[in-house]
Design a protein around this ligand. Sequence first.
Ligand SMILES: [Zn+2]
Ligand SMILES: [Zn+2]
Length: 179
Amino acid sequence: MLKCGTFRCDGPPVKQCDNCNKSLFCENCILVHSSEHLKDNVICNFTEIKLKLSKIDFTRLKSTIKLSIYKIEIQKKQIMNEALSVSCQIKFMVKSAFKHLDEMTEYYNELYKKTEFKAKDHKKIKSIISEDLLFEKPSFSKLEGTLTKNTKNTKNQIKSVDMKQIQDIYDLITEMLGC
Ligand SMILES: [Zn+2]
Ligand SMILES: [Zn+2]
């Protein structure tokens, strides 16, 4: 957490003073600090805070971002695979439904062309005459998906990691990603 550079002030810093070793100041302390500069007749130079990360944090940030982007790409591939599998299931369902409906049409056509009927057809003919064929509206069970849900685990803070170790991990990731 960034803190205001004034002794015993916990306010969130909003500016840095470039004339004072880039010390950070909160909204309230900016006024106090300006008046101190006025007293000493030195112009204060407040600018946007520019964070400089430690070499370890900088390396960690880069490698974590690269790894996260790599995982996002993997997730996209998995979504595509899952979508293809669902689409295959739907195609299969449609195909078998069409087969069943075509068989029904075929049966009706056969019956339609006939002028004489067999005794075994009698019951079926009676029911066709007395009933309306009604289909339910076709539907697939409601499609829901969890595609971008993720968890962010807090990494264990390593107390003392030497730069060599960090560099090794970074090299390994770079090699894995082929860049
Ligand atoms: Zn200053
Ligand atoms: Zn302050």
